[in-house]
Design a protein around this ligand. Structure first.
Ligand code: BMA
Length: 317
């Protein structure tokens, strides 16, 4: 149902940081084509962005940039942080679009990323304690699959993974369970594309699930195909805290879309692709990090109370 009050909340939710974009090829310490789609985490009081970086060959690897305030003075690793192992079937053509979550039980960060190999894109897992050394645990599910993130803890004894397989050509968001982070089952569709909506063509998880007292906040991207090309925008849903396979609410409208020049123009125009977020506890704001037009990194900021007001005003599912 259309609600102008809710649409106003959606429209005003995110403010672009006025120094955007925050990372571009011009401030990279080595030659690259582009930087985009970063995972985000707070590590030792610093914001760590694990960025997808595309080389001049067109293959991607992951490189860290760190900042005290998550906005300014980024310190970028002088060389790639995680490189593809080209001898591995699933990493032949690079590593893309990571998401980070802290695993409470393992006391390690889990990085789910797309490894792009002979079978197409698939979801792989790496773990790290310190973002200095990384253990690659291999791929989790068969291709074609993308846009995956774990939850920080088990539910009913099981780990949960949100991901986006392509099934019969359809691109819905799925959730799957595992007792050990290796064997996956209980696959079910979590959110579907919606005919004729802004998210009609494809959807996929954006940043890692954000835990709130009223549920898991899911920020996802939705794609609409137009005669002029595709538009990638951002929407929201809410999952039950103890049963994250249960959708509580879903926004009807997008909350963030390409408007600024740096989002409309680039390697792939009209793309905002959120992959990482942090909550600034001091200001109660969400910093949403996203790839802008597939060649730079930008950040949009929203007040957590406004997000709550918005998502709780969305229709129950
Ligand atoms: C998706 C992914 C992203 C990319 C987006 C827009 O399918 O490949 O890495 O940012 O398309 O081109």
């Amino acid at each position: 149902m259309q609600s102008y009050h809710r649409e106003r909340l959606a429209f005003d939710l995110f403010k672009r940081y006025d120094q955007n974009p925050i990372l571009t090829r011009d401030n990279w310490p080595y030659p690259i084509n582009s930087v985009m789609n970063p995972a985000a985490a707070i590590v030792n009081d610093e914001v760590v962005l694990l960025n997808r970086v595309e080389s001049l060959r067109g293959f991607s690897h992951l490189t860290i940039a760190r900042s005290k305030d998550g906005l300014t003075d980024w310190k970028i690793d002088s060389k790639p942080t995680m490189q593809p192992d080209h001898s591995k079937r699933e990493e032949r053509w690079g590593l893309e679009d990571p998401r980070i979550v802290w695993l409470e039980e393992q006391k390690q960060y889990a990085i789910t990323y797309v490894s792009f190999g002979l079978g197409g894109p698939e979801v792989s897992l790496a773990i790290t304690r310190n973002f200095k050394s990384f253990a690659k645990l291999g791929s989790l599910l068969p291709p074609e699959d993308k846009d995956a993130c774990l939850f920080p803890r088990r539910f009913n004894g099981m780990f949960c993974l949100i991901h986006r397989p392509i099934v019969r050509g359809e691109a819905h968001i799925w959730i799957s369970m595992s007792p050990d982070l290796k064997h996956w089952g209980d696959h079910r569709v979590l959110l579907e594309t919606r005919h004729a909506y802004w998210d009609s063509q494809r959807i996929g998880l954006g940043c890692q699930p954000i835990e709130t007292e009223y549920g898991w906040l899911i920020i996802y991207h939705g794609v609409r195909k137009t005669v002029a090309g595709q538009i990638y925008r951002t929407g929201m849903a809410l999952l039950d805290l103890e049963r994250p396979w249960k959708v509580l609410r879903r926004g009807e409208e997008w909350v963030f879309g390409p408007q600024a020049d740096y989002e409309r123009l680039g390697d792939v125009g009209d793309v905002v692709f959120a992959t990482g977020a942090i909550v600034n506890k001091a200001t109660n704001q969400l910093y949403l990090y996203y790839g802008a037009a597939d060649d730079k990194v930008a950040v949009a900021i929203a007040d957590m109370d406004r997000i709550k007001e918005y998502i709780l005003s969305c229709p129950e599912v």
